[in-house]
Ligand binder design. Structure first.
Ligand SMILES: C[S@@+](CC[C@H](N)C(=O)[O-])C[C@H]1O[C@@H](n2cnc3c(N)ncnc32)[C@H](O)[C@@H]1O
Length: 263
């Protein structure tokens, strides 16, 4: 996408970005996870679920750009990051990617600093309106994940979701431990879907979708409908039974529905 006519970039929707625009931004999200994020955002649009879109751990904006493209006029977009990696400041890179996709600086706000330094009260102030989508992808230690997931759950809109990156990733077992710490104590939350990783380990990890018990069926049905061709089944995880999706062979078209009896 970079290098194409600016007018073309300005016309990009979040669906087009997650399907074809990801290569323009360095970062970590697999095509399968991107297809699932699109399905989640599509459901929220259909169901009229609104609220802030937030990401803890934006890096260069590979996921953040797509979330910002999905925001409606009256919705806030918030990114939290240290914005420094190996001594290099990358905030300008993130802002540049947003700009390349036609996202004006007034459409999002960035919080610079560790998410682990944010108390719930500060998180609420930062987001304003409760969140409809939080991507948790910051520090990968057990305590940090526990903190970030609890933070995300503390200011979630009705119908909102939390997507946690690198759960069950072999390189980051403490991410799974941190998620379990939270889910064990929160019977109001459910793990709805496990989106397995694909391709090289560095390309992006598995993601776990978490929502409230009331919204579990809504999201599970929507993801199963959108990604039927990748559905493996369900797996017991603590008190949840997330639908499991495999993307080893890419995002597969959904198989045709079974013929009606007598057809
Ligand atoms: C794996 S990268 C995020 C990838 C990004 N979400 C994407 O879609 O490409 C992790 C990011 O978390 C940030 N990070 C690390 N520790 C953090 C902390 N305590 N608070 C906020 N961000 C943190 C890093 O600077 C890095 O940009």
């Amino acid at each position: 996408m970079p290098g194409e006519d600016e007018e073309v970039l300005r016309a990009v929707t979040y669906q087009e970005y997650f399907a074809r625009g990801l290569a323009a931004v360095q970062g970590f999200i697999t095509p399968g996870a991107a297809a699932a994020v699109t399905a989640i955002l599509d459901l929220q649009a259909r169901a009229g679920i609104g609220g802030t879109l937030a990401e803890i751990g934006t890096f260069h904006g590979k996921t953040f750009v797509g979330l910002a493209l999905a925001a409606r006029r009256d919705e806030a977009v918030v990114g939290v990051d240290l914005f420094v990696h190996q001594g290099q400041d990358f905030e300008a890179t993130l802002r540049g990617h947003c700009s390349a996709f036609g996202i004006d600086e007034t459409r999002y706000r960035l919080h610079r600093g560790p998410s682990t330094g944010l108390a719930v009260s500060a998180w609420r102030r930062l987001l304003g309106t409760p969140a409809r989508f939080v991507h948790v992808d910051g520090e990968h230690g057990r305590g940090a994940v526990r903190h970030d997931l609890a933070l995300a759950a503390a200011h979630l809109a009705p119908g909102g979701v939390i997507l946690v990156d690198d759960v069950f990733h072999p390189w980051f077992p403490n991410v799974t431990a941190g998620v379990m710490d939270v889910l064990e104590g929160r019977v109001d939350l459910r793990a709805v879907a496990l989106l397995d990783r694909q391709g090289p380990l560095i390309a992006g990890g598995p993601k776990l979708l978490v929502t409230s018990a009331e919204d579990e069926a809504l999201y599970k049905e929507a993801l199963v409908a959108a990604l039927r061709g990748n559905l493996v089944g369900e797996a017991g995880f603590l008190t949840s039974r997330p639908a499991v999706f495999n993307f080893d062979e890419g995002v597969r078209p959904a198989p045709p529905a079974a013929p009606a009896p007598g057809a």
